[in-house]
Design a protein around this ligand. Sequence first.
Ligand code: 5MM
Length: 341
Amino acid sequence: MTDKLDEMIETAAAMVAPGRGILAIDESTGTCKKRFDSIGVECTEENRRDYRHMLISAPDLGEHISGAILFDETLRQSSADGVAFTQIMQDNGVIPGIKVDKGAHPLAGFDGEKITEGLDGLRERLNEYYELGARFAKWRAVITITEDNPSQACIDANCHALARYAALCQEAGLVPMVEPEVLMDGDHDIQTAYEVTLLTLKTLFDQLFEHNVVLEACILKSSMVVSGADCPEQADVDEVAEATLDCFFNTVPASLAGIVFLSGGQSEIEATEHLDAMNRMGDLPWPLSFSYGRALQASALKVWGANPQNNVQAAQAELLHRARMNGLAAMGQYESKLEQE
Ligand code: 5MM
């Protein structure tokens, strides 16, 4: 595994290089339909291809975007004039990544909780994805907070699956991006989000250790510790940054290659401000960057949807702007006045 391990360690470092982060465009077809419904565009394979081609071919995307997570369909697609998406990404300095989970499904015996599936046949799929050009792979687990949940069983089952997937990724030469998302849905306060995230991360790193996952070749994709979306008292930017970092200091080994965040329903600006605040809070043992889906795409999607034929450059400009803002935030150098430039 030495050659493969060296390559994975190099890839993981490149994914979180200073001022760069990940673009998450791995929406499954159902999620993509929701996004397209919001802009009045039909969710056909051709439209999904055109939209994602617009994103990955944005000029100099690689300046602030180190990699992009694709859905299975997208990894196999080519532009209308026949250039493979993986080639376009490589030419643009963007590492191809792939979502390999098969989605979150009801956890039997636990009302309202979910378990992510997709381990059956994963070894074979990962080998094929490597051949197709992917160099990292993502798996998302979902933890829901309610009065009674999450249960320990839900956290254990999801972290066990994450560790098994991560070990299989490293066997195939792909950097695992492990994503335990603690949802911000609900009216819980930030303290509850902190306790659930702490327990989840503790369980996750115990499982990664038990499954011999090499942390230097592994990336954590985490939710931030925020107040529930319906909580009457919303924590401010510094409280979110402090609670999130405190949680990581108590659970995440320093040997991990890096941490990137999901946006989880935060606005574009909130996601940037939170990341920036954390990176301003002093020396951290790991690079701290972004892997946003909605918080990188929202404005671009809206502009593109208004006129998919004519607004390609304008939509790309929106994406490149957010990528730059978040690239600065990943170095603690973001300033709100830059939003006007
Ligand atoms: C882009 O959305 C990803 C795939 O979601 P589905 O499997 O539900 O279609 C999702 O995993 C995403 O990568 C993360 O949740 C981060 O995206 P956000 O929008 O939360 O930053």
